[in-house]
Design a protein around this ligand. Structure first.
Ligand code: ZN
Ligand code: ZN
Length: 221
């Protein structure tokens, strides 16, 4: 019997009439309860970074503007408690099966982004050795999306171990793999967007190396 990848409850095969009326459908792999725990970002969000509940450009984006940087970021889901649980199981427990949970959403989102090269935010060699996979390329692979993996990251403190101030401080951990021609139009892809510093650092490297436009996307914001 199929179990929910997240809570292990049995997935029901039978679709209830009330589910049809409410257009609810249990998706492959996770149960309806878990599905409903994820909260899509509503129409009321920061216009430049998709921060939920902001009508105007948010304080994070104003910070970047003051630094002379631009923000062009989109996200699908809020980083709520349920999403935090998901990422802790996927990344830190290392349950690689969980990469498939958002495959359909990612396919749909990137359908009209052709003409852009997707570039995943890399993880360091140390992190790769610990985890065994890059959570971002896992998500992209599960959705069957092609990407170019030419950014590399040197070891720094884990984002989650840093204070907010440390996260905002710019120390360049990214570089480009040798002998790569950087494509002109790029969408950087990350799992979670917090202050935007990761994306800004990666963007600096790409712009310096010949990219013309660099937008960004994360599953959660
Ligand atoms: Zn579940
Ligand atoms: Zn913003």
């Amino acid at each position: 019997m199929a179990l929910c990848l997240l809570c292990q409850q049995t997935l029901k095969k039978r679709v209830l009439f009330s589910d049809i009326l409410l257009l609810k459908k249990e998706r492959e792999g996770i149960c309806l309860d878990c599905q409903q725990g994820f909260s899509p970002i509503s129409d009321m969000h920061c216009p430049t970074c998709f921060k939920e509940g902001e009508k105007n450009v948010c304080s994070d984006c104003l910070y970047w503007e003051k630094q002379g940087a631009t923000v062009s970021h989109e996200s699908l889901y809020r980083y709520n408690e349920h999403m935090a649980d998901y990422f802790s199981r996927y990344k830190f427990v290392g349950d690689y099966l969980l990469r498939t949970v958002f495959a359909t959403e990612l396919q749909t989102y990137f359908k009209d982004k052709r003409g852009h090269t997707l570039v995943p935010i890399p993880i360091s060699d140390k992190r790769m050795a610990e985890r065994g996979f890059n959570q971002v390329t896992g998500l992209l692979n599960s959705a069957g999306l092609s990407f170019q993996d030419f950014l590399q990251k040197e070891d720094t403190k884990k984002q989650s171990d840093k204070t907010r101030q440390e996260r905002l401080e710019l120390k360049q951990p990214f570089s480009i793999v040798e002998n790569i021609t950087v494509p002109e139009n790029i969408i950087l892809v990350d799992d979670i967007y917090t202050t935007g510093s990761t994306v800004q650092l990666a963007k600096q490297v790409l712009m310096k190396s010949g990219a013309k436009t660099v937008a960004s996307f994360s599953l959660a914001r």
